[in-house]
Design a protein around this ligand. Structure first.
Ligand code: UD1
Length: 342
């Protein structure tokens, strides 16, 4: 029988792509989401891609009673991928208690239930934000973490510690923290993708919405960084490549291939691109001209970061495969489908 995997936040951006990859690898997926930042319709689109509509429960995992109730009915779960979290950096500065409660309590509730219902395996969605601005590039998993710039970033750091400390205390638990660099793009079918509520804060959704005519112009935050052209540099990774890494991480845990109870992997491409390179790459990939203006740096932004992917490549046997232009084209195809543009 196929192993049953719980995907929390499975109707969200990275979650939905991961559900599809898990299903296509033969896993039986159950999704939990509170739908605070996603739509139930995503499940239908997942079904259009994979042919299988995942089981679904609407639930906020910060609610301990409801979380326990859910697990008591699903004791056959073999592993969990925990995506569900609030993720807007700016908002986290305005309402930190919401972020700490939602993001930390949900992980603790899940870990309680893992112990109670004997579910050993968890993969946690972390972020390269835990490195801050590193002294040395590219960053390896051994690069020291820095104090977070925002409550959101701090929830990633503290959740890594909660996981690590819990695994140390309860050896029946095993976990992998995946530190994502900048996930972009959409499924090649354009049936699932990133759908931000309101004005997008992240670069690529802002670019595609500008190209679609929803925004007048892209603001490029800063051109006086110490980079190739002065704009900030990130490691942009295709969301399908990222989703596939989760399938590998799950297999690693289920097959007991992990080298330690708690492991960390960087998920990036190993390449850094500047904001202006992304703008030009988008124009080249899609043939659409973008309106943009250079403005002041954005508070809290770092100058440059990209991943050393050696450990993930060698130890997981996983590598990001899709190129930047293909990825930017997939983001545009998704935006066009959502907006009904031919
Ligand atoms: C941000 C968060 C990171 C989080 C990730 C989630 C910060 C400091 N980091 O990453 O913790 O995990 O989102 O997706 O907020 N840019 C523009 N114009 C725009 C939007 C962005 O020039 O309208 C630039 C930014 O200044 C940055 C780059 O594009 O240099 C990427 O920005 P973004 O997509 O917001 O990602 P990060 O800031 O790297």
């Amino acid at each position: 029988m196929a192993a049953k995997i719980l995907v929390t936040g499975g109707t969200g951006y990275i979650g939905s792509h991961t559900v599809v990859e898990l299903q296509q690898s033969g896993y039986d997926v159950v999704v939990v989401d509170d739908l605070s930042n996603s739509s139930i319709d995503v499940l239908d689109n997942i079904e259009k891609i994979s042919g299988i509509k995942p089981a679904f429960e609407q639930l906020n995992l910060a609610d301990a009673v409801k979380t326990d109730e859910f697990f008591s009915k699903n004791t056959d779960i073999a592993a969990i991928i925990h995506f569900a979290a609030s993720k807007a950096v700016g908002e986290s500065v305005q309402i930190p208690l919401h972020y700490y409660r939602n993001n930390l309590v949900s992980l603790m509730n899940i870990l309680d239930c893992q112990l109670k219902y004997n579910i050993p395996n968890i993969v946690f969605s972390s972020s390269c934000t835990v490195y801050g601005q590193p002294e040395v590039l590219p960053v390896t998993e051994k690069t020291p973490r820095k104090d977070a710039e925002s409550p959101y970033g701090n929830t990633k750091r503290v959740n890594e510690d909660i996981l690590n400390d819990s695994i140390k205390a309860y050896p029946q638990l095993k976990g992998i923290a995946l530190r994502y660099f900048n996930p972009i793009g959409a499924h090649p079918t354009a049936l699932i993708g990133e759908l931000p509520l309101g004005v997008p804060q992240n670069l690529v959704p802002f670019i595609t919405q500008t190209a679609a005519g929803l925004r007048d112009e892209l603001k490029v935050f800063g051109d006086d960084y110490d980079t190739v052209d002065g704009s900030a540099v990130r490691d942009y990774i295709n969301v399908v490549d990222l989703a596939k890494a989760h399938v590998v991480a799950i297999a690693r845990l289920l097959e007991n291939k992990n080298k330690a109870g708690y492991e960390i992997f960087n998920l990036g491409t190993g390449n850094g691109y500047s904001v202006l390179e992304i703008v030009k790459g988008f124009e080249k990939a899609t043939g659409v001209k973008l309106n943009y203006q250079i403005v002041e740096r954005r508070a809290g932004d770092i100058e440059k970061i990209w991943a050393d992917t050696t450990y993930a490549n060698e130890e997981l046997g996983w590598k990001a495969e899709k190129g930047l232009e293909e990825t930017l084209r997939s983001a545009w195809n998704w935006e066009k489908r959502v907006r009904g543009i031919q």
